[in-house]
Design a protein around this ligand. Structure first.
Ligand code: TXA
Ligand code: MG
Length: 322
């Protein structure tokens, strides 16, 4: 494993069918040539990711869209004009050129143009779209620094170190239907923002089969026990052994330590540091990570989605033990 800032070398490795971790604006991705099924198989192996969980394909320019999708829908161009490069993944019918392993055998593909010069330059120099999930073992915390990748996936070929990511949580994923869109995974681009350009499709949202495969109750699971404050209190655990992630306030009685996640009161600020703070606390003296519930509006929906999934297994285990 090597860590460096050499895009030319990273692109060479991608062309050779190897794996490269690279920064995007959201989280670090574990990339391979999206059109090389053997290279893509390596991603699933390195992440220990189940084959039913499809990968997002990253592009550097709109010409690449034509190779990936069955039909160049004008709504892709409309959304691209407003949100790309940026943290929005659009799921549409795929072309024959996209290997089945990328999409877990489904007839759709998720496409996104990341807003990171590292990622865009890597894709350009590789000369191919790059399939990339977050660069962590399946179910674990997403990486927002090269060092997180080094610790979580020590065996991969090259980590392109572009510093800390600037958004901090994964892209919003939407699925386009004939009459509109549904959100498969919330992110910092909200449903309301997207509705300015494409209508929301309530019938599809109410129907079956709109869940993105790979979306589990449990995900982003830290090695330390993470719980919401109300569950922590109900379980009568010892707050002096806990670090408390508050939204804004710093005074909270009893907790061993308090971290104000967004002193400026902005949900974006919370999102940017969320994974990095939890990564650090995994290696700290504190036995518990306790999080404050946030209102589920706007970006709060995306943050709460990640926190609920991070807490899921821990609550289940402690709940059963009682
Ligand atoms: O911000 C991000 O999206 C990051 C960076 C690296 O781009 N990537 C990321 O990938 O979060 P990953 O693999 O951790 O999550 C991708 C999720 C899958 O778990 C799946 O639920 C959904 O995207 N997905 C991908 N292709 C899909 C498809 N064709 N249909 C439905 N859902 C899809
Ligand atoms: Mg992931």
């Amino acid at each position: 494993m090597e860590l460096g800032r050499d895009i030319t070398k990273a692109a060479q490795l991608i062309r050779e069918g190897k794996l490269v971790a690279f920064p995007t604006e959201t989280v670090y991705g574990l990339g391979a040539d999206a059109l090389n099924p053997l290279a893509v198989a390596g991603i699933f192996q390195a992440k220990e990711r189940p084959s039913f969980d499809p990968l997002i394909v990253h592009i550097a320019d709109l010409d690449m869209v034509d190779r990936l999708v069955l039909k160049r829908d004008s709504r892709i161009d409309l959304l691209a004009a407003h949100f790309w490069p940026g943290p929005l993944t659009i799921v549409v019918e795929k072309s024959k050129e996209v290997p089945d392993i990328v999409t877990s055998g489904m007839d759709t593909v998720g496409v996104r143009m990341p807003d990171s010069t590292w990622a865009l330059e890597l894709i350009r120099q590789s000369g191919c779209p790059i399939a990339a999930p977050s660069a962590n073992k399946f179910g674990k915390l997403s990486p927002t620094k090269a060092d997180h990748v080094r610790k979580g996936l020590p065996e991969i070929d090259y980590i392109l170190d572009g510093g800390e990511t600037t958004v901090g949580i994964e892209s919003t994923i939407i699925r386009l239907s004939p009459s509109g869109f549904v959100v498969l995974r919330p992110g910092v681009i909200t449903r309301e923002e997207i509705e300015n350009y494409v209508p929301f499709d309530p019938t599809m949202a109410a129907g079956q089969n709109v869940e993105a495969p790979g979306m589990m109750h449990s995900h982003y699971s830290p090695d330390k026990t993470l719980l919401f404050d109300h569950d922590f209190k109900n379980l009568s655990l010892d707050p002096s052994r806990a670090a408390f992630l508050s939204f804004k306030k710093v005074e909270h009685e009893n907790y061993g330590m308090v971290i104000a996640m967004a002193p400026d009161g902005e949900l974006r600020s919370y999102a940017v540091r969320m994974f990095a703070v939890i990564h650090d606390l995994q290696e700290s003296q504190w036995d518990y990570i306790v999080v404050e519930s946030l209102p589920e509006i706007g970006i709060g929906i995306a943050i709460m989605d990640r926190l609920k999934k991070a807490a899921y297994d821990h609550l289940k285990k402690l709940g059963e033990a009682q």
